[in-house]
Structure formats: C-alpha cells, structure tokens
Ligand binder design. Structure first.
Ligand SMILES: *Cc1c(COP(=O)(O)O)cnc(C)c1O
Length: 410
C-alpha cells in the first residue's frame, strides 16, 4: 500500500486560524445580532490602486488581440517587471541586485516554503518565536524536526524568543545554525531591525556558512528612514542571504498574487562531497521545473506599482493602514495597555492585561466587545501573554474597535 509522508502528522492539529474561525462561528451562532469586528487575519481590506487597475485592464485587452496575445512567459518573470524591481527596489537604494537574480512568483508564502526544496534535510534551522507559522510548518513537512511539545515547540528547531525584555529583537544563537529565518518588519510583533542588528546576523551567517532567509513582506511600511528596507543594504549579505518580497501587503495583491525572491548569484551551499554549488542555479532549476510563471496580466499590474502614479497610490494605501495602527496603538496606550509595533508595520502587538493567557484574552474580547484578534501563543510559545491586532481594516471599524476596548477596559 502507498505510504504517506508521515512528517505531516507531526503538525499541530488545531492550527491557529481554523481555531479562531471555530470560536468566532460558535459565538455568532449564539449571538446572531452581534456586530463582530475582525482584526485577526493579516489580509488587506482596501481596493487595488487605480494605476494598477488600469494596467491590468490594458493587459487584458492585449490578451484579447491576436497580435499582442501571450502564452507561456519566462518562468522567472518578464524582464519588464524584473528590471523595474531591480531599479526601484534595489539599485536606487544602493543595493547590488540584478534583474536576473529576481524570481517572480505567485506569493511569498509559497516561496518561503518552496525554497526548502534546494536545501539538504540535515540542515539545522532557527526561527524567531513568535513566528509566521509557514516557516516552521514547511520544515516539519519535509522532516527537518522531531515532534512538538506541549507548547508547540518542535524538537530540533532553534527558537529565538522575542519578548518585551529583548525588544522583540533576539541575539544571534550561541551555536551554529544552517538556515535562519528573519522577518523584518516582523509579523506578528511589528518589530523592526536596524542596520546594526542585521549586520550581526550577516556576520554570524558568514562565519558559520549559514543562509539567512529574509522575509521583507512589510518593507513598504518602514517609515524610519534610517532602517534598512532590504538585507542587501548590509555588507556581505550577497554571500549569505535570500530575500522574499511580495506585492500583497503594499499594493493590496493578497487576492491578485504576485511576489518575488532574490537569490544572488554569489550564494553557494555545500555539496555532499564538500565542494560548493550555486544556490541561484538550483533555485532556477527548481522554479522552472515546478512553476510556469505568473500571468502576464498580473505582472503588468505589478509593474504599474513602480510608475509615478502607482508609487504615490501605494504610499497612500500604506499611510492609510499606518494611521489605523496609530489609532489602535494610541487608544490602547491611553487605557494603560502596553502596545508594541504599529509604527513601521501594520500590526499592533500588545501585552494582555492582568496577565491573561492569550486565548483567555481572545475569548474575553470576543464575548464582551465582539472583537476578534489573534492570540500571541498561536505564533509560538514566546507569544503567550501577547495578542495581535491588525491594522488592515476600514477606519470606521478601527475607531469602533478602540471605543469598544475602552468601554470594556478603560
Ligand atoms: C503576508 C505575508 C507574506 C506574503 O505572502 P504572499 O503569499 O505573498 O501573499 C509573507 N510573509 C509574511 C510574514 C506575511 O505576513
């Protein structure tokens, strides 16, 4: 009989968002009139910017004309988009990234998971704790961990606790690790990394021969000009880092789907005979074998994100969410709740009042204020006692949410 990949069975069954959904449904079933406001899942709410919509329409029309119709495109992405990315996101910021080091894809979630195809299963892995669950679960699936303990920590992974005590910025580990996931600005904590912080990681990775998997999905939310937007702003990063970016959170592409991954040609990994091999060549092979490219129409939409009008409209979109974050953050602070993040990220990370457990606070907010957030413990053991609120919502809902929290706890 056909066997299965047993590693899947190690995954914690009560996955975070289904459990939230279950509790919200149970509540709305018994309170059909309650107006529940969801500040839970990190999905955008505002429509696509006009410059992007116009580019999408034009591309649809091109596809409807025999002379400009396109079939399969290059798996790595059309050069018009790769060139626009290289110029606007990298060269203009002094980063040495060329168009042919950019792989356009249908999402950073997929890329952060798929990248594991090119690494040996014997690599050791470090993750921030709390963490975007995709990094952990994809490593579990391919057998790079043992079983999970009661707190959800998998044997074999190195967890880097991020708490208020270390300003949600962990030190480098005291032992070598092969693959290191870093996410800045961070989901879920909203923490950011300075150049000095990233430099420590780059130095650590280079002295240990590690690879940093740097998730910069929230780069557009950085307001502080002194903060790095890309890991390639750090000297030596081309020798040790892969960067993931997405149009999901800046340009509202969560349902439209377009992202990209940078694999510098200078990156290498070790073969079993001890010699080194290009990671760019391996990822190119993997990408072309298992992926047939992002739709032409969508790539034209993404390209428009770099036009003058597109840049302006994206800026406004980001500012809209950051103003929501500010309203949440100031409202909660004003009643004595400790809040973190929200300044360079669309997430507010708060310390639960009265030392409530994360899920206890979740139930309290849902029952008493009809608000849904995300329990910090769902992102990792070190998230216990914390709670995430997302700024992705309408202004009216955000204001109403703050009023309800003030009424409940003020
Ligand atoms: C939203 C998000 C992404 C982007 O995922 P897509 O698949 O591109 O929509 C990547 N990383 C993190 C941490 C995210 O929160």
């Amino acid at each position: 009989m056909t066997t299965i990949n047993d590693h899947f069975l190690k995954l914690k069954a009560g996955y975070l968002f289904p459990e939230i959904g279950r509790r919200v449904n149970a509540f709305t079933d018994s309170h059909p009139d309650a107006k529940v406001i969801k500040l839970g899942i990190g999905d955008v709410t505002e429509p696509l910017p006009e410059a992007i919509r116009e580019a999408l329409h034009r591309a649809v029309d091109e596809m409807g004309d025999r002379d400009s119709f396109r079939g399969y495109g290059p798996e790595q992405g059309y050069s018009f988009l790769r060139e626009a990315i290289a110029e606007n996101d990298y060269t203009s910021r002094g980063c040495d990234v060329s168009a042919d080091e950019i792989f356009v894809s249908d999402g950073s979630k997929c890329d952060t998971g798929n990248i594991l195809d090119i690494f040996g299963t014997d690599n050791t892995v470090a993750v921030q704790d709390p963490v975007y669950p995709v990094y952990v679960d994809t490593n579990v699936m391919c057998g790079r961990t043992g079983q999970a303990d009661d707190q959800g920590r998998y044997a074999g992974l190195t967890y880097l606790p991020c708490t208020a005590e270390n300003n949600f910025t962990p030190e480098v580990p005291d032992h070598p690790v092969d693959l290191i996931y870093l996410c800045y600005p961070n989901n879920p904590t909203g923490a950011v990394a300075t150049k000095e912080t990233l430099k420590k990681w780059v130095d650590f990775a280079r002295s240990n021969g590690s690879i940093i998997l740097f998730d910069a999905a929230y780069e557009a939310f950085i307001q502080d000009e002194s903060l790095p937007r890309s890991i390639y702003e750090i000297d030596g990063a081309r020798e040790c880092a892969i960067e993931f970016r997405s149009f999901s959170k800046n340009a509202g592409f969560t349902g439209t789907r377009c992202a990209f991954t940078i694999v510098p040609k200078t990156l290498t990994g070790k073969k079993s005979d001890g010699s080194s091999h290009s990671l760019h060549a391996l990822w190119n092979r993997r990408h072309c074998t298992k992926f047939n490219g992002v739709p032409y129409i969508i790539q034209r939409g993404a390209e428009a994100a770099y036009s003058d009008a597109g840049q302006q409209q994206i800026k406004e979109l980001v500012q809209f969410y950051l103003t929501n974050a500010k309203i949440l953050s100031e409202g909660l602070s004003s009643i004595g709740i400790s809040v973190f993040g929200g300044e360079n990220a669309p997430y507010i990370w708060l310390k639960t009042p009265d030392n409530m457990k994360s899920w206890e606070f979740f139930d309290h907010l849902l029952d008493q204020a009809h608000l849904v957030g995300t329990p910090g413990s769902g992102f990792g053991a070190s998230g216990e006692g914390y709670f995430r609120l997302s700024a992705f919502n309408s202004r009216a809902n955000v204001k109403e949410a703050v009023n309800r929290i003030k009424t409940l706890m003020g």
